[in-house]
Design a binder for this molecule. Structure first.
Ligand code: DI6
Ligand code: FE
Length: 403
C-alpha cells in the first residue's frame, strides 16, 4: 500500500491524549506521517527540523481527530427485521412477534440461509456507511449462526471485509448469543455440543480476536458464560460480555473477574459491578442505539463509572433487531442526549476508549508511534461532531497514512 510521507499542517488537532487541554486540543497543529505511522504531532511552531522538508498537506484550518473506532457491532447478518418493526408499532408484543417467526430467531434463519457472497454484500453496505463517517477500525461479532458452520461463515465474511475495504477488522466469537430453536430449553447442551466446539474450530482457523456472550434472562446464565470464558482462556483469547442490558445478573462483575476487555450495554449495572470493572480495567461500552430502539428507561450509571475512573466507550451495536444503526456519529449524539455524556467523553468513547475495549494500543489517539488513522472534519470545534444530528462533516479519512 502506498503511504506517502506527509506533514498535515494548518490543522486543529483533537489528539484525544489525556492531559490538561480538553480533547487534547492543539489549535494550530501539525501531524507528521511517516511509513503509515504518526511520527510527530504538536503545535506547528514546534515542528522538528527533520519534518520541515517533508511534503505538506494544508488542512485548511480543519479539525483532525483520530479516525473513529466502532468497538461493538453485529455487522454481518442475513435479512432484516423491518416487518417486526411494523408489527411492534401495530401493538404486537415481543412474544407475538416471536411466535410469528420474528425476533432474533428470524435473523438466525436468514443468516443460515445466506451464502458468503450474500452476507458480504449486506455487511459491505453497512460498513461503507461507517467508513463514510471516518471509521477506520470496526469490531464484528458472530452470533446469528448458532451452528458451527454458520458461525464460522460469519467470521470468515467479517475477516474478509478488511480485504474489500481499507479498514481494520477485529472479530469476536459470540456463539453464546441466543439458544437456537433446535436446542430450545437445553442451553447447557447447546454450549457443550455447539458453542464450545465452534469456538475451538474458529480459533483453530485464526478467525477469533475475542470471545463475547449475552448474559441475560433471555440468553445465558453467568455459570454458562463462565464455561465459555474458561474455554476462551484455554485458547488464550480475551473476553468481553453483553451484560446488565435488561436486568442485573452480575455479568459485568463476572467479566471483570476474568480480566475482560469490556462489558457492554450496562443499563442495570450496580455499584459492585462498577467497582469490579474499575479494579480490572474493564472498559464500559455504552450502546445508546439499543437503548433508543428498545425504548429503555433505565439509564446506565454514567456518573458512578466516571467517579470510579472506568473508561467509557460508545459504539453503534449495529444489528438488525435492537440497533439497526450504521452511524457512529449518531451514537455519539445519543450518548450525550440520552446518557448525558459530554461531547468530549463521547468522542473519547469512539477513539481512545474504543481502542482499549478492543485491546488495541496502536490507535485511538494522535500520538507518535501510533497508526496514522486520522479523520479530517469540516468543523471548527470537536463538540460539533456529537452536537449535529444526521449531518456528516467528514472531509477526508486517512487509513494507515493512505486514503
Ligand atoms: N443484545 C442486543 O440488544 C442484541 N443482541 C444482544 O446481545 C439483540 C440482537 C437481536 O435482536 O437481533
Ligand atoms: Fe450487541
Amino acid at each position: 500500500m502506498d503511504c506517502p510521507d506527509v506533514v498535515i499542517s494548518n490543522a486543529a488537532l483533537a489528539t484525544m491524549v489525556p492531559g490538561d487541554a480538553p480533547y487534547g486540543l492543539v489549535p494550530d497543529g501539525a501531524v507528521a506521517v511517516r511509513g503509515g505511522r504518526i511520527a510527530w504531532a504538536g503545535p506547528v511552531a514546534e515542528l522538528p527540523a527533520e519534518f520541515r522538508a517533508m511534503p505538506r498537506e494544508n488542512a485548511g484550518g480543519r479539525l483532525v481527530t483520530p479516525a473513529l473506532i466502532d468497538c461493538h457491532t453485529h455487522l454481518v447478518f442475513g435479512g432484516n427485521r423491518a416487518r417486526e418493526f411494523e408489527m411492534r408499532l401495530e401493538g404486537a408484543s415481543y412474544e407475538e412477534v416471536a411466535r410469528a417467526g420474528g425476533g432474533i430467531v428470524s435473523t438466525v434463519r436468514a443468516t443460515r440461509e445466506a451464502d458468503e457472497a450474500t452476507l458480504r454484500q449486506g455487511a459491505i453496505g453497512r460498513l461503507d456507511a461507517l467508513l463514510a463517517e471516518g471509521v477506520a477500525t470496526v469490531e464484528v461479532k458472530s452470533g446469528y449462526g448458532l451452528d458451527r458452520e454458520t458461525e464460522l461463515r460469519m467470521l470468515r465474511v467479517a475477516r474478509g471485509l478488511a480485504a474489500a475495504r481499507n479498514v481494520r477488522v477485529r472479530t469476536t466469537f459470540l456463539g453464546a448469543h441466543a439458544v437456537p430453536p433446535e436446542y430450545s430449553g437445553r442451553p447447557d447442551d447447546y454450549i457443550d455440543e455447539v458453542c464450545l466446539p465452534a469456538l475451538d474450530a474458529a480459533a483453530a482457523e485464526g478467525l477469533v480476536d475475542a470471545v463475547d456472550g449475552f448474559c441475560e434472562g433471555i440468553a445465558f446464565t453467568p455459570a454458562q458464560i463462565g464455561r465459555v470464558f474458561d474455554r476462551a482462556k484455554a485458547l488464550g483469547l480475551p473476553v468481553k460480555l453483553h451484560a446488565e442490558q435488561l436486568s442485573n445478573l452480575g455479568g459485568a462483575a463476572l467479566a471483570a473477574s476474568r480480566g475482560a476487555l469490556s462489558a457492554d450495554h450496562l443499563e442495570y449495572l450496580d455499584d459492585a459491578g462498577v467497582a469490579a470493572m474499575a479494579r480490572a480495567g474493564t472498559v464500559a461500552v455504552l450502546l445508546p442505539g439499543a437503548f433508543y430502539t428498545l425504548r429503555e428507561s433505565q439509564l446506565p450509571p454514567v456518573e458512578a463509572l466516571r467517579v470510579a475512573g472506568v473508561p467509557i466507550a460508545v459504539a453503534t451495536d449495529c444489528n438488525p433487531g435492537s440497533s439497526p444503526m450504521t452511524s457512529l456519529l449518531l451514537a455519539l449524539n445519543m450518548a450525550c442526549t440520552l446518557f448525558r455524556l459530554t461531547p468530549e467523553e463521547a468522542l473519547a468513547g469512539a477513539t481512545r476508549a474504543a481502542a482499549q475495549a478492543l485491546g488495541l494500543a496502536d490507535c485511538g489517539r494522535i500520538a507518535p508511534g501510533l497508526r496514522a488513522d486520522l479523520a479530517i472534519w469540516d468543523v471548527g470545534h470537536p463538540a460539533e461532531l456529537a452536537y449535529r444530528i444526521g449531518f456528516n462533516p467528514l472531509h477526508r479519512r486517512i487509513f494507515g497514512g493512505t486514503e
